[in-house]
Design a protein around this ligand. Sequence first.
Ligand code: SF4
Length: 352
Amino acid sequence: MADIEEIKGTLHSWYIQNKRHLPWRETTDPYFIWLSEVILQQTRIDQGLSYFNRFIDAYPNVKLLADASEDDVLKLWQGLGYYSRARNLHHAAKTIAHEFEGIFPSDYKCIIKLKGVGEYTAAAITSISFNLPYAVVDGNVYRFISRLFGIDIPIDSTNGKKLFKELASEMLDKKDPGLHNQAMMEFGALQCTPQKPNCQECVFNETCMALKENKIDKLPVKQGKIKIKHRYFNYIILTGKNHTYLQKRTKNDIWRNLFEFPVVETEQKTEIDQVLKEIDRFTEVTNNTELEVSTWQKQVLSHQHIHYRFIQLKQTEEKPGTENLIRVDKKDIFKFAVPKPVEQKLTQLGWV
Ligand code: SF4
């Protein structure tokens, strides 16, 4: 195995020369570091950057975020996906405001108790903001370590997680853990990339075991495949002259607390007549009701594929159903946080 001290030195020099200049790298303020880490989970940097700036503009400190309404936070988050991140962020901001008098805690044990904060985020905040020796292990770090040392133990197995965590901790520069952690992640993101890493020009190409053993495409190893669930949403658009109806997703499910058109969920892509039988809980459909049905489209989420279509009902007379819907003026609809399929439909209709 290559000398760890040598690896660290090489890595840090590479980072100083190659790192991207990003606003959260110009500060050690734990609020900014936390916000950037939460936004960047499952999000590309170019997309995350605009959201980070938007949040900092709207809520320059944790107290202002805590004071915001959840609807406003979700609206600002709209388009980023994985909405539980936004709900947890808001919940944790309230905890910091109420239990820590608005001062971000500096202790790992307190930080990891905040809603939505796992080992990775807690290590990033404590090392970057408070110079504490906690090693981060994210996808980039797994990939870099597994290739550098040629480790083929699955990264999602219990043993694998333990081993990679130990190795990352062993490699950690205790004097400057913040810089070291950022260097590890940046190296995986820019140099040791998932596809076709540029090994010819890599500073580790003389020591890298994966390169030596021609195993780059095989590492890191993952054992589990995620089982994808398919769901079928029939969105019902009830239109009056200047208004429509929305409902809030309140159940513990995807897109919780976002707004959408009333939806009939079916087991598969059913005939329209089947769906119409269920619409009476939203409105009464008569023979004179005009229908416009879109084709099926698909929204891919990490564990679910949402197949959806829109059924637009144009009614001369409104007959409310049993379910409570929110009547919304079309001109006000832009104020509501909605999931991507609904956002795209609203744009197509010219309502936002
Ligand atoms: S030589 Fe290639 S595989 Fe090895 S660390 Fe460098 S980029 Fe990654």
